[in-house]
Design a protein around this ligand. Structure first.
Ligand SMILES: NC(=O)c1ccc[n+]([C@@H]2O[C@H](COP(=O)([O-])OP(=O)(O)OC[C@H]3O[C@@H](n4cnc5c(N)ncnc54)[C@H](OP(=O)(O)O)[C@@H]3O)[C@@H](O)[C@H]2O)c1
Length: 363
């Protein structure tokens, strides 16, 4: 083995893993299909002739080492990441290759920073957690909106999802995260994660046309509260979710996404409205696209491509916004993501609690 183009995908037969495998092929890489279930791996290899499948489970370091043999990088798509991230990062460090994952679990992402920052930096290796829709994309957008600012008072990331049909992996990750929090909620305020039992506020977020104002759940806290503050001095980082999508996610018997196009994407659309505020000045970036799982593949693969071609700013554990040139990265995703110029006039609806101040002038 060892074409120099072999990228291991752990959890290759999962919903997101399959998008990542397809994207790697499209970009000229040769995915190594990794996972714990031999039958599922063989079924995927059968559907993807020419690709090699290697079974390994996270409690077997020797099997992980064999599975990573000849790989130039590994993308971990197997969640809950509370169980998979640490063993795969350990294996990547032993192999001396970069590690990228799509984890959307706040505590698991925080653990990756806490447990591996020093060792990864000392080894000169790169570990990028949350390199996906939640965590990675929000961080790239906030970093882009910041421009020449290195600090701000607040960052707000409003997710305008048309619907949310969750995968089994998303639901399982939610259960694990909920258990780790003892059923409590989490938010990022005063420069740290804070656990609480407060009811989540519902407010109206003024998404730009054509979506327009939508009812959102405030403090619907996502992985961005780990990635953004990992490199930007912003004490208040808030994420919001359209109330309809939040209701879809928690509905009993929520159905999985179904493909509506040749790429396997669902009909789900998203708008991400990012606002950063410093003093009375605001900066804003808006992005739109289709299918939060599908978009995670070009995000993760673009990250690997940039790491392998030396287009990085640091080593060790780093978020997307810290390690990559954020505006340039977003431009590279133009086939998957449209960045719209924010409206020149301030959003029409007032941003009420939990925001701290009325909208000011644009920077
Ligand atoms: N940050 C983001 O925006 C983002 C985007 C996409 C996905 N994700 C996350 O990625 C994860 C996967 O999502 P998905 O949509 O692909 O779900 P999925 O279709 O249900 O796939 C889950 C995958 O994880 C594997 N897996 C679970 N626990 C494992 C373990 N202990 N050891 C080895 N493999 C394990 C599963 O293998 P088995 O079938 O053998 O159980 C399967 O391959 C979820 O945690 C999800 O939240 C995050």
């Amino acid at each position: 083995m060892g074409s120099g183009r072999n990228v291991a995908v752990f959890g290759a037969y999962g919903h997101t893993g399959r998008f990542v495998v397809a994207e790697l092929c499209e970009r000229g890489y040769v995915p190594l299909l990794l996972g714990r279930d031999q039958d599922k791996l063989l079924a995927l290899a059968h559907a993807q002739p020419g690709l090699e499948a290697r079974q390994a489970s996270v409690d077997d370091p020797a099997a992980l080492d064999r599975a990573l043999n000849g790989a130039v990088a590994v993308i971990n798509c197997a969640g809950p990441f509370a169980a998979t991230a640490a063993p795969l990062v350990e294996a990547a460090l032993r192999a001396g290759i970069p590690y990228v994952d799509v984890a959307a679990e706040i505590e698991a992402n925080a653990d990756t920073f806490a447990h591996f920052a020093e060792r990864a930096r000392a080894a000169g290796t790169v570990v990028v957690p949350a390199m996906a829709f939640y965590g990675g994309l929000g961080d790239l957008l906030v970093t882009t909106a910041m421009g020449d600012w290195t600090a701000a008072d607040e960052a707000h990331i409003a997710y305008g999802l048309s619907s949310w049909h969750p995968t089994a992996g998303t639901l399982a990750a939610g259960v694990v995260s909920g258990q780790r929090r003892g059923g409590r909620r989490v938010r990022f305020t005063g420069g740290r994660l804070e656990y609480h039992d407060d009811a989540l506020p519902t407010l109206e977020w003024p998404f730009p046309a054509p979506l327009g104002p939508q009812s959102v759940i405030g403090e619907f806290t996502m992985a961005d509260v780990v990635t953004v503050p990992s490199h930007l001095a912003i004490p208040e980082v808030r994420t919001y979710m359209t109330a309809k999508a939040a209701a879809d996610l928690s509905a009993p018997g929520a159905s999985a996404p179904t493909a509506v196009d040749e790429r396997g994407r669902s009909a789900q659309t998203f708008v991400i409205d990012v606002l950063v505020r410093s003093g009375g000045t605001e900066r804003r970036v808006v992005a739109a696209g289709q299918d939060i799982y599908a978009i995670s593949a070009p995000l993760a693969v673009e990250a690997v491509d940039r790491i392998l071609t030396g287009r990085t700013r640091t080593t060790g554990v780093a978020s997307a916004g810290a390690i990559f040139d954020a505006p340039d990265f977003l431009r590279a995703l133009s086939a998957h993501l449209s960045l719209t110029d924010p409206p020149t006039a301030p959003p029409t609806a007032p941003l009420t609690a939990p925001l701290t101040a009325p909208l000011g002038t644009r920077g």
